[in-house]
Design a protein around this ligand. Structure first.
Ligand code: ZN
Length: 159
């Protein structure tokens, strides 16, 4: 895979996941339940790969912003039931989640959404060059990568 070497990929903060696991609830009223992954398309936001069949995982409600924002959107994300190694390569898109289709949401430095540059990728194109172009815009600081049909948050990219 090509890389510009300038992108920073952010999985869900492991400390946030530790806190959720310790609390037993996702902070949105849902009690955590551990179940075995089917291994057929459960993207894990802790280590940014698909779960393998039988892995103990959790589905919780999650908001990418960890501060007050009117652009806070809560949605379902999978993560490992136990702390994992996280996402070790933070300057490359995760291999299994690096192609479309998907929705790329663009945010300014103050985390307000920049509607003008929100981009839908309909085919299985490499997302990296598209994300690179978006982050080259002067008023785009962060790109949130989401799935296309359910529009679930996958990970954040900054330049
Ligand atoms: Zn994981």
């Amino acid at each position: 895979m090509n890389t510009t070497g300038t992108l920073r990929i952010a999985a869900v903060d492991p400390l946030r996941l530790d806190a959720v696991r310790a609390a037993g609830t996702d902070g949105h009223g849902n009690r955590l339940e551990v179940f075995a992954a089917e291994g057929e398309g459960e993207p894990l936001r802790c280590c940014l790969r698909y779960a393998e069949a039988g892995e103990p995982i959790i589905l919780m409600s999650y908001a990418p912003f960890d501060h007050a924002s009117v652009w806070t959107e809560v949605g379902p994300v999978y993560f490992h039931a136990e702390r994992c190694e996280g996402y070790p390569v933070d300057d490359r898109l995760p291999v299994q989640l690096s192609k479309g289709p998907g929705v790329l949401r663009t945010y300014r430095a103050d985390d307000t959404m920049n509607y003008e540059h929100n981009t839908v990728v309909l085919d299985e194109a490499d997302l990296e060059p598209v994300i690179g172009r978006l982050l080259a815009e002067p008023d785009v600081a962060t790109v949130h990568v989401r799935t296309l049909k359910p529009q679930c948050f996958l990970y954040a990219v900054t330049a």
